[in-house]
Structures are given as C-alpha cells and as structure tokens.
Design a protein around this ligand. Structure first.
Ligand code: FMN
Length: 419
C-alpha cells in the first residue's frame, strides 16, 4: 500500500492504482511546456486529467493535450458530457493538483477564493495537495501583489515551486521562467510517491522539536537555546524516507517543498502543551522521536507583570511531566521510542544513566558544550545508545545527515520488532 497524507486529509492508494493528477494549464507563454509535463507524467504511470483555462486555449490546442492525457481535456464548468459536476469530480479524486504554468491571474483568483472557471472551481472543491509552478515576466513576478498572493497561498498549505532565472518571451531574461518539465515531474514524483526511499514507507512517526517556553508572568518566559533544527531535519528526512510525520514543534519553520505535504505540523509553546499533544498523538504512531528540549521545571505564572520596584521576586519552580518516561509506560507493542539528551559533562556516563532510567529504545546524546554541536548549529555530533548500552558515534556532520543515521537505526528497530 502507498499512503499519502497532507495537511487537509489522508488517503490511501493501492499500489496498483495510478496516482491521479489534475494538470491545470493557465494562459501564459509557457503553456506549451505543459505538453511535455503531461507526456512525462503519463510515461511515469500517472492518470492525468488536464484542465485548460479559456485563456490557455489561446496559446495551446486542446487536441494535443487530449491525445496525450488519460482522459479528454476539460476547459469549462458547463457542458461536460461525462459528468454534470466536473469540478467536484476532478477535485475529490485527485491525489495532487498541479498548475503549470500558473499565471499571475490564476494565482490571484485562487488566493481570492474565486471560482469563475473550471480550474479555479476545481482548486476550491478539493482537499488534495496543490503545487503551483508560476511563470511570468520578471516585472510581473516581482509585483508585491503577486508575491503577497503567493504568500497567502503558502500560508494555507499550497506548495509553490520557485521559477527559474533565464530566457523569457520577447528576448527578455530574468526571474520568472517555468522550471524544466523534467524538474517539475521530479518534484511531483517526490510529493506523490513520498520521496527518495521506502525505508520508512507506511510508518507514522511523531517528532518533537524546539525548546519549550514556560511563562513567569505575562511578558517573561524561562526557555532554553534549542532552535528546533535537529527535530525539523528529522521530520523532513523521515518524510523523505516514506514516513508520514506528525511534527510537534515550538518553533516556526519553512519545511522543504518536496515533503511538506507529508508532515502535519502542530505548534505548541509550554511543556504542558507539548505533553498534551504528544499523549494525544502517541497511540496512533509507530515511533516517537523526542528531539525537543522540554523544560524540566515550570512556574505557576504571575497574573500581572512582576515589577522590579517591589524587589527581586522569588520564583518557585515545579517539576513538569517527564514526557519520555510517561511514554515508556504507555508504550504500544512494537512502538519505538527515541529520547534525546543534551549534556555538558560526563556525557556518555550521564547518557547511560538516563537510558537506564527511561528505558527507551534509543537515546541520542550530544555534548552541547563542544564546537559545532547541538543548539542553534547547522551541524551536530551525537552518540546513539541502545538498550544493551552499545554506543554508536555519529561524527560531526549536517543535522540532515545525522537524521539519516538516527532514522536508519529506527528502521532497524522496526525490523527487529517484526522478527
Ligand atoms: C503573448 C502573451 C503572453 C503572456 N504570458 C504570460 C505569462 O507568461 N505569465 C502570466 O502570468 N501571464 C501571461 N500573459 C497574460 C495572461 O494571458 C492573462 O493574464 C490571462 O488573463 C491569463 O488567464 P488565465 O490565468 O485565466 O489563464 C500573457 C499574455 C500574452 C498575450
């Protein structure tokens, strides 16, 4: 089975079904390149339903698309002999809607929620992920209106492939060129088929990231230096390896385009909020990776801002719930639990002690006092300790590369559980 998730809904395809792509083509000079995108998608085994806007028909002919597609081109909301309500039929059955080229006009209409032709009506009548491939002259591309419309759509979960720099129509050149059909099809493959490998295909993985923030009063917080980078890298790499990911994070992030539709992001702030969301999601996942730096202590916050005029306040710390320990108690059969530890001295010794206390399957420890390691850095060096207290050291490398190592170990733990 091939599983697909995205921010709005979840669907399951049997491997024998061809993924269904709606290919929207708008009225831009690059519309002719959509023929090549269509041809390549069909060759890769996709079921492709093209929708051309009325203006696209001024640039390219419907006959070419119909001859190459899985079903005849549709261009209108009305008069379709195969279905009386084409926009809902197409939108509800799509695994992905791609608009290539996406004109400034179609982007604006989609951002506004207009549904005045079959393409925009289909975009609105669908929960499928959407990939826009804008193409236009540089002056149009740089217009604040165009950029603001795209920002609005991105915020709503729409995927936007940046145009290339290069030759444009009329001997001009600059930003706004439609990327090569091959690059567009490669991205579509990653979005629909779930990345570069099936090491974690069909798995659901919960990743936590970032440092929690415990309010002292309405303006101040106790927090830590965790940037969320390692947790976000783990989420992206897990999705790239085929998993569906729940990312519970305290930090905002721009996730990579090819995996965004496979990662559901839940934003939290305090340790208590993180615990609540993690416990809610835990029963439905195969593995939990606790990369977040969760506060060990919190405070009952003052209702009003503490004033220095009234002297130095005494802050009474109280222990938070130990999420990892609690998870080990609630663990489902076969569920893999990965803990993280940040240490500054007697690193391995303390990590082994923590492993004995927590009884997770893998403990990833980093010495945050070392150069280029841990908080805020783009790189990390970690030691992975398993239940038998075997230590594997992953030397200094990018957080993405470290994620591959951790997730390979998770995959090994899955396969051991199945023996
Ligand atoms: C020769 C020519 C080339 C055009 N190329 C583009 C283009 O590359 N990108 C774009 O956003 N608009 C382009 N336009 C403008 C669009 O065709 C116009 O905004 C139209 O309303 C788009 O309609 P649609 O988005 O509904 O298909 C072009 C117009 C002409 C006449």
């Amino acid at each position: 089975m091939l599983n697909l998730t995205h921010s709005h809904s979840r669907m399951t395809l049997s491997a024998s079904d061809s993924p269904r792509i709606v290919l929207g083509v708008a009225g831009g000079i690059a519309a002719y390149k959509a023929v090549e995108i269509l041809r390549r998608l069909r060759e890769s085994g996709y079921f492709v339903s093209p929708i051309l806007t009325p203006d696209a028909l001024r640039f390219v002919g419907a006959v070419t698309f119909s001859a190459l597609a899985s079903e005849p081109v549709r261009t209108s909301l009305y008069g379709d002999p195969t279905t009386p309500i084409p926009h809902t039929y197409l939108g509800q059955n799509a695994d992905l809607i791609v608009v290539a080229p996406a004109t400034a006009h179609v982007i604006a209409r989609y951002a506004m929620g207009l549904a005045d032709d079959l393409l925009t009506a289909t975009l609105l009548a669908s929960r499928a992920p959407v990939l826009l491939c804008p193409a236009m002259h540089t002056e149009m591309w740089e217009q604040p209106s165009v950029q603001e419309n795209l920002a609005t759509l991105r915020r709503r979960g729409v995927l936007v492939m940046e145009p290339d720099d290069g030759r444009l129509a009329g001997n001009d050149s600059g930003a706004g060129r439609l990327p090569a059909p091959e690059a567009i099809v490669t991205l579509i493959e990653k979005i629909v088929r779930g990345g570069e490998s099936s090491l974690l295909a069909g798995r659901r993985i919960l990743v936590t990231a970032g440092g929690t923030r415990e309010p002292i009063d309405p303006v101040r917080v106790i927090s830590n230096r965790s940037s969320g980078k390692q947790g976000h890298a783990l989420a992206e790499v897990a999705a790239r390896l085929g998993a569906r990911v729940e990312l519970v994070t305290t930090v905002g992030t721009e996730l990579a385009l090819d995996v965004r539709s496979r990662i559901v992001v839940r934003r939290v702030s305090t340790a208590a909020e993180m615990a609540e969301v993690v416990f809610e999601l835990a029963p439905s996942v195969d593995a939990i990776i606790m990369a977040a730096a969760v506060a060990d202590f919190t405070v009952v916050p003052a209702e009003r801002k503490l004033k220095k005029e009234t002297g130095v306040p005494e802050v009474h710390l109280v222990a938070t719930t130990d999420i990892l320990l609690e998870l080990t108690k609630r663990r489902l059969p076969g569920q893999v639990l990965v803990g993280f530890a940040a240490e500054t001295d007697r690193v391995l010794e303390r990590a082994v002690e923590k492993m004995r206390r927590k009884r997770c399957d893998l403990l990833v420890v980093n010495d945050v006092s070392a150069t280029g390691v841990g908080f805020e850095h783009a790189t990390n060096e970690v030691h992975m300790i398993d239940r038998d207290e075997n230590v594997t050291t992953v030397s200094l490398r990018s957080k993405e590369a470290v994620s591959y190592e951790i997730l390979s170990s998770v995959a090994t733990l899955f396969s051991r559980g199945e023996l």
